[in-house]
Design a protein around this ligand. Structure first.
Ligand SMILES: C[S@@+](CC[C@H](N)C(=O)[O-])C[C@H]1O[C@@H](n2cnc3c(N)ncnc32)[C@H](O)[C@@H]1O
Length: 226
């Protein structure tokens, strides 16, 4: 088991600089889920909570889980200005996704963005898939193996994977694959002091001159058959 991505690692990453980071939700999430009717959602590895906030603002009741208390502190702070009507829809939960088991069939939507835990990615994603209610949606976004920006910082099967690899673990009798693609994402901001976590992947930063970068992401959206 890799110790590189344990709790101490993530606490440290989340304790870094934050000034240059965007609060925008991940564009793949927005593109895919904008028109999905709200229900209950699990955000596995929520970081600073941009996606949880976006979902809650659209009426979702979100359980937002992260291993790092530093991430959740920041997530709560950033949510506060939205007001109680929205923040009351979010439950922030400190838990290690390698041993915390979400309720089976408990959520209409399960999302996981750029989460690469210590331990088996396959086991984690199987649990997340099991947590999707019949008729519900699973959205996994990660770093594609061809993404050189993330590869410069970390590598390995936990960090880089294809949508096809995730889809191969979903029983076609129980799942409809809606999207299994490699998509690009542009990052415009300058972030010399980029923190490495909680913002759409720890490597979502521009180059040293502040020019934008184009990242290559894995996007898997699947619907559990009712
Ligand atoms: C690269 S960040 C991505 C954060 C957020 N999903 C986003 O897209 O901005 C990965 C997040 O997963 C969390 N994480 C990593 N391993 C975890 C685990 N075993 N259990 C819960 N959260 C974990 C980290 O603390 C971090 O916030």
């Amino acid at each position: 088991m890799s110790r590189e991505f344990d709790r101490a690692y993530w606490e440290e990453q989340h304790s870094g600089h934050t000034a240059a980071r965007t609060d925008d939700p991940n564009p793949h999430l927005v593109g895919e889920l904008d028109r999905l009717a709200p229900g209950t959602a699990l955000d596995a590895g929520c970081g600073h909570g941009a996606e949880a906030r976006w979902l809650a603002a659209r009426g979702w009741r979100v359980t937002a889980v992260d291993i790092a208390t530093a991430a959740l502190r920041r997530a709560r702070d950033r949510a506060e200005p939205l007001g109680a009507e929205i923040t009351d829809r979010i439950t922030w939960l400190q838990a290690d996704l390698t041993d915390w088991i979400p309720t089976e069939r408990g959520y209409d939507l399960v999302i996981s963005h750029y989460v690469h835990p210590a331990g088996s990615r396959e086991v984690l994603f199987r649990r997340l898939a099991a947590a999707v209610a019949p008729g519900g949606t699973l959205l996994v976004v990660g770093h594609h193996p061809s993404d050189s920006h993330s590869a410069a910082r970390a590598s390995g099967p936990q960090v880089h994977f294809t949508a096809e690899e995730i889809a191969a673990d979903l029983d076609p009798q129980r799942w409809e694959i809606v999207v299994a693609e490699t998509r690009t994402r542009s990052v415009a901001e300058h972030a010399d002091h980029a923190e490495h976590a909680g913002n759409h992947g720890h490597d979502a930063h521009a180059d040293h001159e502040g020019r934008g970068a184009v990242l290559r992401d894995t996007v898997l959206r699947a619907r559990k058959r009712a």
